[in-house]
Design a protein around this ligand. Structure first.
Ligand SMILES: *Cc1c(COP(=O)(O)O)cnc(C)c1O
Length: 222
């Protein structure tokens, strides 16, 4: 199946309120352009250097989402390109993103990454941490950042009940945050979860953004 056919197959199955982030990491610009030419406009990258190298070679109406762990010394590199930084995993990073956005007079949307997987390697706020930070006002008064929702990855496992239960935790945490702390922020509406292996389940549990790479572009060559 071609990239265009894969995109068509996936988008045909997504409910109207769910958007597709085509995860183009490790794929060369000509492959990414195939997706663009098929109408895809939202792309996700997880490495700062790769985003900063690719984005200038691609059309400017693309919405780039940064989805990987973001080191503080790489914030400046992605700031001109990222429309959405999905992977905010600490208050320090959030404040730095706000500062760097202000420095170049840009406004950026961000998602709060939640750690619900049973794996040490995945980053993000635990549910307790994010609720405590919200209660302490850590998400208020950011001049150049809009907090637009949450992002998460499920545990890498064949146990789809576990995956479903993790997605449900993300959904519930999103609702708590929204109703208790973001009631006056209309932009707080995104739940980014679901990858090639588990996006059907994510959609059943309230995802509004799914991040799909392999299912569109094939296997990555590392
Ligand atoms: C690579 C990646 C994806 C896409 O993974 P696939 O299994 O190729 O669909 C989604 N989210 C994040 C954070 C990623 O790093």
């Amino acid at each position: 199946m071609s990239i265009a056919q894969n995109l068509q197959r996936i988008t045909a199955q997504l409910p109207n309120n769910v958007k597709l982030v085509a995860v183009s990491k490790f794929h060369p610009v000509e492959k990414v352009m195939e997706a663009y030419d098929a109408g895809q406009r939202i792309f996700g990258e997880n490495r700062a250097q790769e985003l900063a190298a690719k984005a200038p070679q691609m059309p400017s109406d693309i919405e780039w989402h940064f989805i990987g762990h973001l080191q503080k010394n790489k914030v400046r590199m992605i700031m001109p390109w990222a429309s959405v930084i999905q992977s905010i995993d600490s208050i320090e990073l959030l404040q730095l993103v706000n500062k760097e956005a202000a420095r170049i007079d840009r406004h950026v949307k961000v998602l709060l990454q939640l750690h619900v997987a049973k794996e040490q390697t995945k980053s993000g706020f635990t549910i307790d941490e994010v609720l405590q930070a919200a209660a302490e006002g850590a998400f208020n008064d950011l001049s150049n950042v809009t907090i637009a929702g949450v992002m998460a990855m499920a545990t890498f496992t064949d146990n789809m009940e576990q995956v479903a239960s993790e997605f449900e935790q993300v959904h519930n945490t999103f609702l708590t945050l929204r109703d208790k702390y973001f009631a006056s922020n209309d932009a707080f509406k995104q739940i980014s979860m679901g990858m090639s292996e588990d996006w059907h389940i994510a959609v059943q549990h309230g995802a509004t953004l799914v991040r799909i790479g392999t299912d569109i572009f094939g296997a990555r060559e590392y």
